[in-house]
Ligand binder design. Structure first.
Ligand code: C5P
Length: 220
């Protein structure tokens, strides 16, 4: 039994990777499985929230009580988030959004050539979390940081540059696809490690931590 810490709250969560097309048959993506984001969506629904999960391509079932919108690209994810986030109390950005996308996807399959591989021009994707954090009257925003080194420095820099109150740091970069994780919360007061565990147990602890901060920020 989970206490209904998010009863009456509306929560928007992004999860999974994005897929950015190169041509109709190829694209670039990353190793995010979506497990952590889906676990947080489930834990938030258990805590009584109305949950919109905006998901990149994953092989995971929709958690019970959660409404899922499927997207592929960062641009589609941004549009779905902006459509869902109006009036939401909380936005948790767990998705591993591609930083860049091929600027102009080819309309037809690129054929193998004798004169070497094609060059691909990349362009930057929108930063969905930073954009939602800048919305006037927007939701309480939580971001994730997966770093291979200097987690605390990078996570705190990310927190400040995106202007969000809380960043969840993944300890180690080997959590992709795994069932276990180890996370540290970074807020204005510093670093708060959580006990290591499976992603659902961690998600429940994280949701309780977020709910506490959300209550404090809404009563401020
Ligand atoms: O800037 P960086 O990608 O390292 O930040 C990671 C955090 O920002 C994650 O919470 C991720 O979901 C979010 N993000 C986003 N849109 C992007 C890039 C990252 O929402 N284009």
């Amino acid at each position: 039994f989970q206490p209904q810490r998010l009863a009456g709250r509306r929560v928007v969560i992004t999860a999974g990777p994005t897929f950015e097309p190169i041509d109709p048959v190829r694209g670039i993506t990353n190793r995010s499985s979506g497990k952590m984001g889906y676990a947080i969506a489930r834990a938030a629904a258990e805590a009584g929230a109305r949950v919109d999960l905006i998901s990149g391509p994953t092989a995971l079932p929709v958690p019970w009580g959660v409404t899922r919108t499927d997207v592929e690209t960062a641009a589609q994810m941004r549009a779905a988030v902006l459509a869902a986030v109006h009036g939401a109390n909380l936005f948790v950005a767990v998705a591993a959004v591609a930083d860049w996308r091929p600027a102009v996807p080819h309309a037809e399959k690129i054929k193998r050539r004798t004169n070497g591989p094609p060059a691909i021009d990349f362009t930057e994707n929108p930063d969905i979390l930073a954009e939602v954090a800048a919305l006037p009257g927007g939701p309480y925003c939580v971001g994730f940081a997966a770093e291979t080194q200097h987690l605390e420095a990078h996570a705190q820099a990310k927190r400040r540059s995106k202007n969000v109150p809380l960043i969840v740091g993944n300890l180690g970069h080997l959590t992709f696809g795994k069932d276990d994780n180890e996370i540290v919360l970074f807020d204005a007061a510093g670093a708060h490690p959580l006990p290591a565990g499976d992603k659902l147990t961690l998600a429940r602890v994280l949701v309780a931590e977020i709910a506490r901060r959300l209550d404090a920020s809404s009563s401020a």
